[in-house]
Design a protein around this ligand. Structure first.
Ligand code: SAM
Ligand code: SF4
Length: 332
């Protein structure tokens, strides 16, 4: 089938991030405001059947990978039902989920049975008091047990991601890596992006990935991994002693926009080309008004054709204000 989601820079889009809710039970300060959060009315969110229909449309346009995100996707009721619907869509080769891990203890097995392939869990600290201060919930133990449950359920590979914040948790880089190595978990560090809705917006809190890598290399020699997915935002390294791997996602200091193959669908049915985008095209309205598959395809194609060079790159050039929709409303 001819790939249809090609932008004016020749980038072909095969990967879809599906945000299923803007709600979350955590309040990470680089992502969400601490209080007075206004969530979208439930009637505005796509139903699971609507997500399924749009994923079918996406497959006809060349989408091959779907990652479910949020907000926190596992706070949406009966998420395994959506996983089951999407796992049945012919043409999807990879179905994954990003979660804060809080509900994994209960749901890991069910998600696996529903057809989820693999999972990414976010974990910024291994210290209980710090976890509570950062995420606003005393849930470190639960999240660690959730990660064990995911490993036990065979959601392989389990990847764990951290955002390091200068002066708040960046002293834990080596502890996090050692913790992951003991469990054969692939660990990845994500650079802080200035698109959160909370008190931490970047600037002095940004810890460049190169700095984290240098610190890790001081203890564990690293070998670049060359057989990875070329469109992946992560630069991945094997530990020279053969025990696991570590990745760095550096959107701020090493933008990867030129190899981006991702497009996003928000929980209320808007196509967004990039986390940093300032515009969106609506699919929910036409969908609910009875648009045909061809009509929905045409809107989606048009949205991608108009994709800009790349969010972080444009931001660096000072191209206008940062977007009004924030991280928790888009999904990472
Ligand atoms: N709630 C789920 C979670 O935390 O994994 C999924 C949604 S969350 C928005 C997805 C990822 O984005 C998480 O790994 C989170 O750490 C990351 N993230 C959130 N705000 C960020 C920011 N301002 N800069 C970089 N990464 C961020
Ligand atoms: Fe919630 Fe994930 Fe954002 Fe943290 S990063 S507030 S867990 S959506």
């Amino acid at each position: 089938m001819r790939p249809a989601l090609v932008d004016s820079f020749g980038r072909i889009h095969r990967s879809l991030r599906l945000s299923v809710t803007d709600r979350c039970n955590f309040r990470c300060p680089y992502c969400m405001p601490a209080k007075d959060v206004i969530f979208q009315p439930r009637a505005e969110l796509l139903t699971y059947e609507e997500f399924e229909r749009l994923v079918h449309v996406g497959v006809r346009l060349g989408i091959r990978e779907v990652r479910i995100t949020g907000g926190e996707p596992l706070v949406r009721r009966d998420l395994p039902r959506l996983v089951h619907l999407l796992a049945e869509v012919q043409g999807i080769e990879d179905l994954s989920l990003t979660t804060n891990g809080f509900y994994l203890q209960e749901l890991a097995e069910e998600l696996k049975e529903a057809g989820l392939r693999r999972i990414n869990v976010s974990l910024d600290t291994l210290r209980r008091d710090r976890f509570q201060r950062l995420c606003g919930v005393d849930a470190l133990e639960r999240v660690l047990q959730g990660i064990e449950a995911a490993l036990g359920a065979g959601l392989a590979p389990v990847k764990v991601n951290a955002v390091l914040l200068r002066g708040l948790n960046d002293d834990e880089a080596l502890d996090l890596v050692d913790w992951a190595r003991e469990r054969d978990i692939s660990f990845r560090f994500i650079e802080l992006m200035p698109i959160g809705g909370g008190p931490i917006r970047g600037g002095e809190y940004l810890v460049p990935g190169s700095e984290v890598k240098a610190r890790i290399e001081g203890r564990h020699p690293l070998i670049p991994k060359r057989d990875g997915d070329p469109s992946s935002p992560a630069r991945t390294y094997r530990f020279a002693d053969g025990r696991g791997e570590v990745g760095f996602i550096n959107p701020m200091t090493e933008p990867f926009c030129s190899r981006c193959d991702r497009v996003r669908l928000t929980a209320d049915g808007k196509i967004r080309n990039c986390l940093f985008d300032r515009s969106e095209l609506d699919l929910r309205g036409p969908l609910r008004l009875g648009a045909s598959g061809e009509e929905l395809e045409a809107i989606w194609r048009l949205a991608v054709r108009n994709k800009g060079v790349g969010g972080c790159v444009e931001l660096e050039r000072g191209a206008g204000p940062i977007p009004t929709r924030r991280m928790w409303q888009i999904g990472g």
